[in-house]
Design a protein around this ligand. Sequence first.
Ligand SMILES: N[C@@H](CCC[C@H](N)C(=O)O)C(=O)O
Length: 289
Amino acid sequence: MTTFLKGHGTENDFVIIPDAENAVALPPSAVAALCDRRAGIGGDGLLHVVRSAAHPDARHMAEEAEWFMDYRNADGSVAEMCGNGVRVFARYLQHAGLVAEGDVAVATRGGVKAVHIDKEGLVTVGMGRATLPEGDVTVSVDDRSWPARNVNMGNPHAVAFVEDLAQAGTLYDAPPFTPASAYPQGVNVEFVVDRGPRHVAMRVHERGVGETRSCGTGACAVAVATARRDGHDPVADGTPVTYEIDLPGGRLSITERADGEIEMTGPAVIVAEGEIDADWFAAIETVNP
Ligand SMILES: N[C@@H](CCC[C@H](N)C(=O)O)C(=O)O
């Protein structure tokens, strides 16, 4: 019997599989089937909840964080980090009585993240520092192109400022970029418009997923790219800066502190819990191991 839950953070939604001892086989085919919105449960990604000590990718973090977020994209691929995912993961731990409200450390492939669960339903995560690798790129949609800022939040992002979010088109397919060699592992692409002082709106095409209604690492990348465009560099200035980021699924607040650390705050919700049909689940592995 395999239990699942469903949760979301600003409508970036996840199938959650509690599996403390890492006993559930989750090959890419099983993840893709579970995340399928028509034939499965449906989600932008999957959060496999495992004790750090029980997972080979997380054993080295077990002293610092009891729980490991084994994150997968909807197509079954593994990504380094998921910002909304880690907030929903912490909300799940609280919901299941595995941690109390307040501070919790979560192990991820991007390192141990400090999360704070508050009384009002908001969850804040310390996302670490952004890096802005040299070599900006050009992103295209149909016959329009924009320069994009290369921002790494543990995972890769290309941030393009546009006049209107409709210019991003359907975002069904990944927007092409040049040079084609820029992101050998693929990239998440954000399109951004201004809404007001330190306030922008964005849409995103996520690597391994498609267009999603929110992306936490993407919102952090957008906040950093917008801050630099606006002449703010908190480390150089010694002054933190906060941006409000509107996404189709809600609002995230991103602060880049004077030490360069980035904090993201937003809601995280558990919406359902159930059992996966054992025959259906077994058939996925038999047909497509
Ligand atoms: N939705 C996530 C990002 C998930 C990973 C991404 N698709 C990638 O492949 O890098 C977020 O909230 O950060």
